[in-house]
Write a protein that binds this ligand. Sequence first.
Ligand SMILES: [Zn+2]
Length: 403
Amino acid sequence: MTTFLTNGRLPDGTRVDIGVDDSGRIESLGPAQGGTADLDLEGWLVLPALGEPHAHLDKALTADLIPNPRGDLGGAIAAWAEAAATFSEEDIISRASRALDRLLVNGATAVRTHVNCSGEFGARAVTAMIEVRDRYTDLVDLQLVALPSRPLTGEDGRDNRRSLEAAITAGFDVVGGAPHLDPDGEVATRYCLDVAREARLPLDLHTDETLDPEVSLLSYLARLVIDTNFDLDVTASHCVSHGMQPESVQGDVARLAAEAGIAVVTLPQTNLFLQSRTKRVATPRGLPGIQALRDAGVIVAAGADNLQDPFNTVGRGDPLETATLMVMAAHLTPDEALETVSTNVRQALGLARAGTLVGSHADLLVIDSPTIRSAVADGPGSRKVVRGGRMVAETRTHSVIHR
Ligand SMILES: [Zn+2]
């Protein structure tokens, strides 16, 4: 049976009808005929669905409960560590669901979230997030990354290593870690890669979340992937130090990452918030060298990271907000910025392509906007979110000026 979505508008202005087959893929795309519709797209702009490649849903929406007066990464980690044990499993499910609802209504049907799996909080968060993943199966591709606390290495890291392994046994999708916080970042990187290889899972690390240009765990990770013939997907998130390195070094590291097939996830919102707090002159933006990465052919996706928690007190759970930051802080065009929060996210997450091509998944954002540029600039509220040809969320905004 074919589902017909009619009267959509492509970015070039063409009006189209879209046929979607039972598997949720686009089987036909042709000029709008005005026939019977399962869903009328009302002439709105049809784009590939958005995605969030790096969230922390277990921490989301706690900004008013957990202040971070210092405002930096160390302050956020300390504030979180003090408060985390107070959250019940129900608290985590409730907040994570509200955060995921925001992402979904804004157009994200693919979300990867890093989940703290260490200690008392971690044990609850692992169970809670598996429950959330089950509840949203029909709505969102939700990937759970097991994120252990520091340290991972040495005697002191034993419990954290156990937590990581327990989360994998519980059914997590991706192996994570934050090796830049570890006393030995290279050993921690190697350990995470070995765990991923053993579990046959992709790897996604918090890499180099520091302004120190000497720290280059991205190049270490890339060499390790190449030297050990690691054959699963690898993502390096943050890579802040890459943006502080001289251009020639940026280029070398970017080419190495491309050779290793590593996708880089940049997180402008949270890194603009957390980094450079003490630098009042020529303040760095906390992003990797985006142009060098793109020039080398690295898949660059962009996410928000934290959502209204001690790591980032603002954020709207809208990938189009991230896209505007990619225009402002990374100097991408609106079309390029949109790719970093849609097509490139699915690629980084190892998901099949979505969008308006025959054979692609019919995961679509249908938005009341004339062009891609205006969609990114305005972030209009009126949106229909389509997953596999079925509308899974709908929002309409309406304003009146009373003169
Ligand atoms: Zn993160």
